[in-house]
Design a protein around this ligand. Structure first.
Ligand SMILES: *Cc1c(COP(=O)(O)O)cnc(C)c1O
Length: 462
C-alpha cells in the first residue's frame, strides 16, 4: 500500500522530533481525502472499535524515545537514563513499550508502579514520586527496590520507621524546589518556591544532615521538576546549575550522590502557533549546562536522569469522535457536539488547553466554517475546541482531535456516567486494542445498593 506522505495539518513535519508535530509521524492522506495513521485508515478504526476512540501510533512513540536516547548519547559524556513519566499515559502496553525501548519509568502511585511491573519494567529503573505517598506505596517501593523520591518530612519519618521495622534499606532521591520560574499554566508549574512538591531549598541542608546519620537510607541523588509544557530552554539550563550546586552540598555533608534528575517538562505542539524546541535541542541544552556547571563547580559528572511524559506520548495520540447535533446561535457561534468531551479530555476545561482538529474523511477540504466543538456532558464549559475553522460538517462525520496522547486517557473520568473510550495502538497497518472500552455495566460494578434501599423493601414500607 502506498500513500502520499502528506498531511495538510503538518506541512512542515519534523521527523526527528515528534513533539514538534501536530499529527503522528505516520499520518498520511490518500487520494480520497482519508487520513491514515500507522497504516490504518481512521474511518476503519472508528467503524471497527467505535467512537470516541484513542489512537496511539507506535512508530511515533518509539521515535520519541529514540530521540531522547540518541540525544543523550550524543550530548552527554556520562551515564544517562530516560524515565518515561507514566502519569502522562499509564497502561500495560505503554509500560511494555517503554521497557522495550530501554527507558525507565517514573510512577506516582501504587497503581502506576504495579502497571510498570506488570508491563515488564525493571524495578531498578523505576522511581516513585508523590507528595503524600501512603504507607502501602512506600512499602511496595521498598520491597521491589524501586528508588523513592523523598518529598517531605513526614515521609522521612515514615520511611525511617518502615526501614527499621523491616530491616531494609532504601535508595532515595531528594526532591527540592529549585526556585525557578517558567512560563506555563499555574497548575502545571512546580519549580517555584511555593509549589506543594518537595523540600524548600532552605531545608535541604537539614534533610541532608539528618540522612547522613541514617544507615537505612542511601542518598542516591537529587531531583527537581520545574513544570510542564515548557517551551523555554533557559529555565532548564538554570536548573542544571542549581542542582549541581546542591549535589556539591550533599557531598560536603558526607553523601555520595550519583543521580541528578532534572524532571520532565518539554512542551509539545497542540496548535499551529506552538513552536516547542526539538527533543535533541532540549537534551543538548540540559547536557551542556550540566557539563559546564560541573566543570565550573569542580564536581564530577552525575548520572543524568530525566522524566519526559508529554513530549513522548502526546504527539503519538489522537482521539476520534463522531459528530452529532449542532446549534446555530443567531448572530453568534455555531456549536457542533461530539460523542465525548471533558470525560475523555479534561484538559480544555481544566487548563483552557487549545487543540487542533480535522475531519479524517475530508482532509483536503478547506476550513470554511468556524465552529465550536462541544462535548456531550452537562457542563457549559465542556468545550473541546473554541472557534476553529473546519469544512462544512454534517452529523455523522468523524472528527479527529490531534495530539491527545498525553493527559487525556490518564485523566479521563466517568463524569455523567459515560464509559471511558477504548484505546488502540497502530503500526504497519495493524491495530491492536490496548484498552478495552468501558461498558455501562462496568460503571455499576463498584456501586453497592444498601439493603434498606432495595425496591422490594421500599415497596414493603409503602
Ligand atoms: C509531570 C511530571 C513529569 C512529566 O512532565 P511532562 O511535562 O509530561 O514531561 C516528570 N516528573 C515529575 C516529577 C512530574 O511531576
Amino acid at each position: 500500500m502506498s500513500l502520499p506522505s502528506f498531511c495538510p495539518y503538518e506541512e512542515a513535519a519534523d521527523r526527528q522530533s515528534p513533539n514538534r508535530n501536530l499529527a503522528p509521524l505516520t499520518a498520511a492522506v490518500d487520494l480520497a481525502q482519508q487520513l491514515w495513521v500507522g497504516g490504518c485508515r481512521l474511518a476503519d478504526l472508528a467503524a471497527h472499535y467505535g467512537t470516541p476512540l484513542y489512537v496511539l501510533d507506535e512508530a511515533t512513540l518509539r521515535s520519541s524515545c529514540q530521540a531522547y536516547g540518541k540525544a543523550m548519547a550524543r550530548h552527554y559524556p556520562g551515564e544517562a537514563l530516560v524515565l518515561y513519566a507514566s502519569k502522562a499515559h499509564s497502561s500495560l502496553a505503554m509500560a511494555a513499550l517503554m521497557a522495550s525501548e530501554g527507558l525507565g519509568l517514573d510512577v506516582v502511585s501504587a497503581g502506576e508502579l504495579l502497571t510498570g511491573l506488570a508491563g515488564g519494567v525493571d524495578p531498578q529503573k523505576m522511581i516513585l514520586h508523590g507528595n503524600n505517598k501512603s504507607v502501602v506505596e512506600l512499602e511496595l517501593a521498598i520491597d521491589h527496590g524501586v528508588t523513592l523520591v523523598l518529598d517531605n518530612w513526614l515521609e522521612l519519618d515514615l520511611l525511617e520507621q518502615l526501614c527499621h521495622q523491616r530491616q531494609q534499606r532504601v535508595r532515595l532521591l531528594i526532591r527540592f524546589t529549585p526556585g525557578i520560574e517558567c512560563h506555563t499554566h499555574e497548575y502545571i508549574r512546580t519549580g517555584h518556591l511555593d509549589s506543594k512538591f518537595g523540600f524548600d531549598p532552605g531545608e535541604l541542608d537539614m534533610v541532608l544532615q539528618r540522612l547522613a546519620r541514617a544507615p537505612w537510607a542511601e542518598v542516591a541523588g537529587l531531583h527537581a521538576h520545574i513544570g510542564s509544557q515548557i517551551f523555554e530552554l533557559q529555565p532548564h539550563r538554570d536548573l542544571a546549575a542549581v542542582m549541581v550546586q546542591a549535589m556539591g552540598r550533599a557531598r560536603q555533608l558526607g553523601h555520595h550522590p550519583k543521580d541528578l534528575n532534572v524532571g520532565g517538562g518539554l512542551g509539545v505542539r497542540y496548535v499551529a502557533r506552538d513552536d516547542p524546541p526539538a527533543i535533541s535541542t532540549w537534551v543538548q541544552a540540559v547536557c551542556e549546562a550540566l557539563v559546564a556547571a560541573c566543570e565550573q563547580q569542580h564536581q564530577p559528572l552525575p548520572r543524568l536522569l530525566c522524566e519526559p511524559g508529554r513530549s513522548i506520548v502526546a504527539p503519538a495520540g489522537l482521539t476520534l469522535y463522531q459528530v452529532g447535533s449542532r446549534k446555530e446561535i443567531p448572530g453568534g457561534r455555531t456549536y457542533i457536539a461530539v460523542d465525548g468531551g471533558m470525560s475523555d479530555n479534561p484538559r480544555p476545561i481544566t487548563y483552557q488547553a487549545p487543540y487542533t482538529a480535522c475531519l479524517p474523511q475530508r482532509c483536503r477540504e478547506a476550513g470554511t466554517h468556524t465552529v465550536t466543538v462541544a462535548g456531550k456532558h452537562c457542563e457549559s464549559g465542556d468545550v473541546l475546541l473554541q472557534n476553529i475553522a473546519l469544512p462544512p460538517i454534517r452529523s455523522g462525520d468523524l472528527l479527529a482531535v490531534l495530539s491527545t496522547g498525553a493527559y487525556n486517557a490518564s485523566m479521563a473520568s466517568n463524569y455523567n456516567r459515560i464509559p471511558r473510550p477504548a484505546a488502540v495502538l497502530v503500526q504497519d497497518g495493524q491495530a491492536v486494542l490496548v484498552q478495552r472500552r468501558e461498558t455501562n455495566q462496568d460503571l455499576l460494578r463498584w456501586d453497592v445498593l444498601p439493603e434498606h434501599l432495595r425496591q422490594s423493601d421500599l415497596a414493603g414500607i409503602r
